[in-house]
Design a protein around this ligand. Structure first.
Ligand code: CP
Length: 306
């Protein structure tokens, strides 16, 4: 089976077969990163451009590492040092990059739909590396791979997603991806951070952290996105942490072999205690490792030889 797409824009577009193909491909590519020489020639001659209008550590670095492991040429446009600061529009910036003949453009943008807008205008592939409050599909794919590795399957699992759901494109992409693959998703957070429409996406909703994590196979904690909040979302960080911070005592409610996940970056002591983040149930760094494999798979399937 092939991924017959020019772009990867969101989990909403992907079938269970396509998700399975990406995860299987990522699983088979993982061993390349264990070799003494971590490089194969598969994408030699291809050009990958990254264009990040928002900060990133994991996504940007792992796309670049993924491309280099497949021998693609990578070019990173630092937006703060680009002509965007002189007022150049996103469409003009992208059209100028397209004129240099890249094969794929990886974009993170604060506006929901920005990657879709470019995908309609550009000949090269476009990958959504996070758009506004909308989607972050490669994060969801690496999360699915991490859960599948730990549990051997995705169907029939209970996955709790806890915290600032409102501002989380990671939550949205994971709800879509996990439910497509047959998992049960329970989301929990304060009322101010639970947007309408979650049940329509396929998630169950609760205001209780305890209820969400009870018998969970995987617990995904979300970062409190203070930079996207105005007033009135929460009274104090201490109160938030008391009600929605994951602490060791909560893990006893979950299944014995529960895994604890977080997309990063962590607010230690706010949504997750350091003991849990660094403890034996945490797979947070496995998620990062799987991010490289998943992004290798996405690049290979989009711009590799058919
Ligand atoms: N998980 C994630 O998207 O991290 P970065 O913002 O560091 O890329």
């Amino acid at each position: 089976m092939e991924l017959r797409r020019k772009d990867l824009l969101g989990m909403a577009d992907l079938t269970a077969q396509e998700i399975g193909l990406i995860l299987d491909t990522a699983a088979s590519l993982k061993e390349i990163s264990q070799r003494p020489i971590k490089k194969v020639p598969t994408l030699r001659g291809r050009t990958v451009v990254t264009l990040f209008y928002e900060p990133s550590t994991r996504t940007r670095m792992s796309f670049e590492i993924a491309a280099k492991r497949l021998s693609a040429d990578t070019v990173n446009l630092t937006v703060a040092a680009s002509s965007a600061v002189k007022g150049e529009t996103l469409a003009d910036t992208a059209a100028n990059l397209q004129a240099m003949q890249p094969d794929v453009l990886i974009i993170r943008h604060q506006a929901s739909g920005a990657p879709h807008y470019l995908a309609r205008r550009l000949r090269c592939g476009v990958v959504n590396a996070g758009d506004g409050l909308h989607e972050h599909p490669t994060q969801a794919l690496l999360d699915l791979l991490t859960i599948r590795e730990a549990k051997g399957r995705l169907d029939g699992l209970k996955v709790a997603i806890v915290g600032d759901i409102l501002h989380s494109r990671v939550a949205r992409s994971n709800i879509l991806g996990l439910t497509t693959m047959g998992s049960r998703v329970v989301v929990a957070g304060p009322a101010t951070m639970l947007p309408p429409g979650l049940t329509a996406l396929g998630a169950e909703v609760t205001h209780s952290l305890e209820e969400a994590v009870r018998d969970a196979d995987a617990i995904m904690m979300l970062r409190l996105q203070l930079e996207r909040m105005g007033q009135n979302f929460l009274s104090t960080l201490r109160e938030y942490s008391t009600h929605f911070g994951l602490a060791p005592r909560h893990l006893g409610l979950a299944r014995e072999d529960v895994i604890v996940m977080h997309p990063g970056p962590l607010n230690r002591g706010v949504e997750i205690s350091p003991e849990v983040a660094d403890g034996p149930y945490s797979v947070i760094l496995e998620q990062v490792t799987n991010g490289v494999a998943v992004r290798m798979a996405v690049l290979l399937l989009l711009i590799g030889e058919r």
